[in-house]
Structure formats: structure tokens, C-alpha cells
Design a protein around this ligand. Structure first.
Ligand code: C2E
Ligand code: MG
Ligand code: MG
Ligand code: MG
Length: 281
């Protein structure tokens, strides 16, 4: 069959596979260059207090404006960065830029505290000096540790559990907060949740999306909020798009939310204005 299609090449070969590989190599070298030239950007999505609709902070989300391919979605280049190790310098840049920006906005707003959340890849936990890197960024930018939140997925809890637990304890010792991102989509056990020094659960968008539509999802979301409460953790709902979802989550006692209903992730200038205005969104 392979012979009929291409002639003389190994079975299972398809031209798209080669194109895919070339495209990947090209993207990888482009990404390396973009990082070195400082071409990556951060967009910021507000985190809103569900009781007051006030913007309490932002999540930093990386963007890659590619010269010929247009804006590349992080879901399309973070995996490449992870596979090549580029995620380490990239992650350090994101952290530094997000903290620098948070301090700048907070100062401009007369010292009003601003919480900044930064996504940390499971690959960054392979770096034994992760906590030192974070400490250096805090010192260099003047960011208060208790205003920084690091978001990680459940995979951090489930892979290299002992080593990562140690990393999390060292990060916690810096005084920052830790959140589990996309909570409910992974396989972390409740026992792990208690063992790890986690402060916040971010309820995955897939649950929020079906709130009020599927009774099971509503029950699951309610359960996650209660779980957070009983463990003394804050809950943040991701991906609120409609008023009904907001109302349901507020009813459940969820503390914070993000989503297009309030604001999409926006470029720095716009996010700065949102924060300065200090008005409910
Ligand atoms: P995440 O951390 O779970 O971020 C939430 C994603 O959901 C963002 O996508 C955001 O734009 C999107 N979103 C927010 N509200 C809504 C909504 O109401 N509806 C819908 N449909 N989507 C919403 P984005 O910016 O494309 O980022 C995707 C993922 O890429 C992030 O998921 C995160 O896992 C990863 N990522 C982004 N920036 C970084 C980074 O600096 N470092 C690392 N390691 N990963 C990052
Ligand atoms: Mg996140
Ligand atoms: Mg998330
Ligand atoms: Mg998510």
C-alpha cells in the first residue's frame, strides 16, 4: 500500500508526516529566534472577584506574533517549547515580564495590590533551580511574593511526585501561591491534593461550559467548589461566557472567575487601563 502511494519508501510513510516534521523544525527555530529577539508578547486576562466584579489581578498568557503565519496560539507552540527545552528560557521570560508589568501597574495605581498568575509547565519542574529562578525574578522586579500565583496542571502532581513535591514546598517557602489549572480534567487523587501545598483550584472550562445544561456537570462543579472550601482552598472558575454560568457559580460560593463574559485576554495597554479604572467589569 505504501509502495503504491509513494514508491520505495517504508510502510506507513505519508507525505504529511514529512511536512509535519519540517514544519515543526521550522517552527522550533523560529521560536528560538523570536524568544532571543524579544518578539513574544503577553496578553492578560482579568481575574474577577465574583462577589464584586472587581478586577483583582490577571493571568499572563503568552502570544507569538509570527511574521508570516500570524498570531500563533500557545497550544500550538508550548508543546514544541516543551519538547525542545525552550520552555525553560521562555517560562523564565514570561515570569519576569509578568512580574515586571504587575509591579508597574500596581505602582501607577498608587500601590493597589495586583495578583498576577503565571502558567508553569511540568517541564520547568525538571529544573532543580526552579525556586531559585523564581526568587531571583521576585528580587529583580520587586514583585511581592504573596501577589504571585503559579499555575500548574495536575500532571505536576502525578509525575515525579516526590521530586515535584519538594519543588512545590520550596516554591511555597518563597511566600507565593500555587494553583492547579484545568482542575477536574486530570487524574490527581484527593490524597495528593491534601499532600501538596496547593492554595487554589481552577475549575476547568469544560465544566463551566455545561453548567445548567448537563445536571452531572453542574453537580461536579458544585462538588469541586465544596472540595476547595473544605480543604481551605480558593476556587477560580475558568471560561465564564454567560451570565447564567456566573450566577450558578456565585450561588455555589466560587470565589473568583475568568472568562470572555468579563474580558478576553487583552494586550498589556488595555489590561493596564482596565486595572487603573478600578471599575467592576
Ligand atoms: P490556561 O492556562 O487554562 O488558560 C486559559 C485559556 O482559556 C486561555 O487560552 C484563554 O484565552 C482561554 N479562555 C479564557 N476565557 C475563556 C472563555 O470564556 N472561553 C473560551 N473559549 N476560552 C477562554 P490561551 O491563551 O490560548 O492559552 C491556552 C493554554 O496555553 C493555557 O491554558 C496554558 O495552558 C497555555 N499557556 C498560555 N500561556 C502560557 C505560558 O506562558 N506558559 C505555559 N507553560 N503555558 C501557557
Ligand atoms: Mg492557566
Ligand atoms: Mg486553565
Ligand atoms: Mg483550561
Amino acid at each position: 500500500h505504501a509502495k503504491a502511494a509513494g514508491g520505495g519508501v517504508y510502510a506507513g510513510y505519508r507525505p504529511q508526516m514529512r511536512d509535519g516534521l519540517i514544519e515543526r523544525l521550522e517552527l522550533e527555530s523560529d521560536l528560538r529566534g523570536a524568544l532571543e529577539r524579544g518578539e513574544l508578547r503577553l496578553h492578560y486576562q482579568p481575574t474577577v472577584d465574583l462577589a464584586t466584579h472587581e478586577v483583582v489581578g490577571f493571568e499572563a498568557l503568552v502570544r507569538w506574533p509570527h511574521p508570516t503565519r500570524g498570531m500563533i496560539n500557545p497550544l500550538d507552540f508550548i508543546p514544541i517549547a516543551e519538547a525542545t527545552g525552550l520552555i525553560v528560557p521562555l517560562g523564565r521570560w514570561v515570569l519576569h515580564e509578568a512580574c515586571r508589568q504587575a509591579v508597574e501597574w500596581s505602582r501607577a495605581a498608587g500601590g493597589r495590590p495586583l495578583k498576577m498568575s503565571v502558567n508553569v509547565s511540568v517541564r520547568q519542574f525538571d529544573q532543580p533551580d526552579l525556586a531559585e529562578t523564581v526568587a531571583a525574578v521576585l528580587a529583580d522586579t520587586g514583585m511581592a511574593a504573596d501577589l504571585l500565583c503559579l499555575e500548574m496542571t495536575e500532571s505536576v502532581l502525578m509525575t515525579d511526585t516526590e521530586a515535584n513535591l519538594e519543588q512545590l514546598v520550596r516554591l511555597k517557602a518563597l511566600g507565593l501561591t500555587l494553583a492547579i489549572d484545568d482542575f477536574g480534567t486530570g487524574y490527581s487523587s484527593l490524597a495528593y491534593l491534601r499532600r501538596f501545598p496547593v492554595d487554589t483550584l481552577k475549575i476547568d472550562r469544560s465544566f463551566v461550559e455545561r453548567l445548567g445544561v448537563l445536571a452531572d456537570d453542574t453537580a461536579l462543579t458544585d462538588t469541586i467548589v465544596r472540595l476547595g472550601k473544605s480543604l481551605g482552598m480558593a476556587t477560580v472558575a475558568e471560561g465564564i461566557e454567560e451570565f447564567g454560568q456566573l450566577a450558578a457559580l456565585r450561588e455555589m460560593g466560587c470565589s473568583y472567575a475568568q472568562g470572555y463574559y468579563f474580558s478576553r485576554p487583552v494586550p498589556a495597554a488595555e489590561a493596564g487601563r482596565l486595572f487603573m479604572e478600578g471599575a467592576p467589569v
